[in-house]
Write a protein that binds this ligand. Structure first.
Ligand SMILES: [Zn+2]
Length: 437
């Protein structure tokens, strides 16, 4: 197989895909499905497109195996977040290739993975690789706004397209080099958003005559109680898997403590030290960030209603309604309503799985020294929609990215190296090959 030519093709395709502008909002993801559809047509691969709302399109193609193993889904989203053009040194939708990089919005999130998955998929098709499992390529709309019009719509309206699927590869895993060792983290689960609005009501009036029980005063007191509150420590099964999986990378006593995190967190000094890291702190508890507040629109008016929005993130497996109940007790004020804005459940996928073994087998071929470790993502992706269908979902990236490049995600001058983009499809192709044995 001519991997040099295949890698070059991936580089060119990414450059072209970046030129397909799909900023969400509004999305216009039909442009991406048109682009991908033309490629499938040229290759004689049957595909279907689905429109959840005018212009909001997702695309689905499938290579058939002999059915002796269950399907694998290669998932990506086509939409990208907006750009602040004045801070970019290149045209964010120009598909510029220079200085060994491909530049543009989506180069890391996630047209890069979308194209790597596509090229691996095309290569399987062109090689007429005999497949034990069906390989499904799915590129969806709307991930950046929560996925309701993309992956959410697809799983709700066409769950039959994913019937029996065993594994799904999605964005957000990470690969990086540390002291000469390649470190790949595979997301096995994610924290669950539980976004709520607090709405305080009180008697309105003139700012010159204060009312102690005004909506704003009640809200501020409620937020004070929320800030004083620390959600309890919880070591779930996925959290244990996570710490165990990264234990061998720790130095000194931490190694043993991570091995048995359930016991180790009983030591207050260790727990305090651990909580200094925002990543570790986030996987041990539900969290609350107060992010939006609104009172009056005029300085001398006491408003009838004051609101605040809280970005709460729950551990996988937590029941959002129970957390909201807990919040209600903390706030302890009947004049404050708690309105859910966005929430859903989220399961965890096992780290001990054929998928993770396949990743280990393949990345070991590409590096002299390598670690594959589990991760719990503090943010969220579209994976939860498919975990709900019983699919084992993994955030895995076939790229090795320096921290400096990661800043481009949702930021300025987003870019990926040509070298990474040439290697990505090969790594994914090999993983599919190993899973196909
Ligand atoms: Zn993304």
């Amino acid at each position: 197989m001519d991997w040099e030519a295949i890698g070059q093709e991936a580089v060119q395709l990414l450059s072209e895909f970046i030129k397909v502008e799909t900023t969400n909002p509004p999305g216009n993801e039909y442009r991406a499905t048109d682009f991908l559809g033309r490629i499938f047509e040229k290759e004689n691969i049957p595909f279907q497109t689905f429109e959840s709302d005018p212009g909001r399109k997702s695309i689905y193609a499938r290579l058939n195996g002999d059915g002796s193993k269950r399907p694998l889904i290669l998932l990506s989203h086509s939409d990208v977040v907006p750009v602040d053009r004045e801070y970019w040194s290149v045209d964010p939708f120009g598909g510029v290739i220079k200085d060994g990089y491909i530049w543009g919005r989506g180069a890391l999130d996630m047209k890069n993975i979308g194209i790597a998955e596509l090229v691996a998929f095309l290569t399987l098709h062109r090689q007429k690789t005999p497949l034990k499992r069906d390989i499904i390529l799915l590129n969806t709309a709307d991930e950046e706004a929560g996925g309701r019009m993309g992956a959410g719509w697809m799983t709700e309206n066409h769950p039959e397209l994913f019937d029996g699927a065993e594994f799904l590869i999605n964005e957000s895993g990470k690969g990086r080099m540390e002291n000469g060792t390649a470190l790949y983290s595979v997301d096995i689960t994610e924290k669950t958003p539980c976004w709520v609005r607090l709405r305080a009501a009180g008697e309105p009036g003139h700012g010159s005559r204060p009312k102690s029980n005004s909506s704003v005063n009640r809200l501020v007191r409620a937020l004070g109680r929320v800030l004083e509150y620390t959600p309890p420590l919880k070591v779930t099964a996925a959290v244990e898997t996570y710490f165990k999986g990264i234990a061998h990378l720790q130095k000194g006593s931490r190694r043993g403590q991570f091995q048995d995190i359930r016991a180790a967190v009983n030591d207050p000094a260790f727990l305090a030290d651990l909580s200094l890291s925002s990543q570790y702190a986030a996987v041990l508890r539900n969290t609350v960030s107060v992010t939006m507040m609104q009172g009056s629109s005029k300085i001398n008016i006491i408003p009838q209603i004051a609101t605040a929005e809280l970005d709460c993130r729950l551990l996988p497996g937590e029941e959002p309604s129970l957390f909201i109940e807990e919040l209600r007790k903390v706030i302890d004020d009947d004049a404050i309503a708690i309105e859910p804005i966005l929430t859903f459940g989220n399961g965890a996928s096992p780290f001990e799985s054929d998928f993770v073994s396949a990743v280990e087998t393949v990345v070991s071929r590409h590096h002299k020294s390598v670690h594959v470790v589990p991760n719990i993502l503090s943010g969220f992706t579209d994976s939860h929609f498919f975990r709900d269908l019983g699919v084992q979902c993994y955030g895995f990236s076939p790229f090795i990215l320096p921290d400096n490049d990661l800043r481009g995600i949702h930021g300025n001058d987003e870019r990926i190296s040509v070298e990474n983009m040439k290697r990505g499809p090969k790594v994914l192709f090999e993983i599919v090959e190993v899973l196909n044995r």
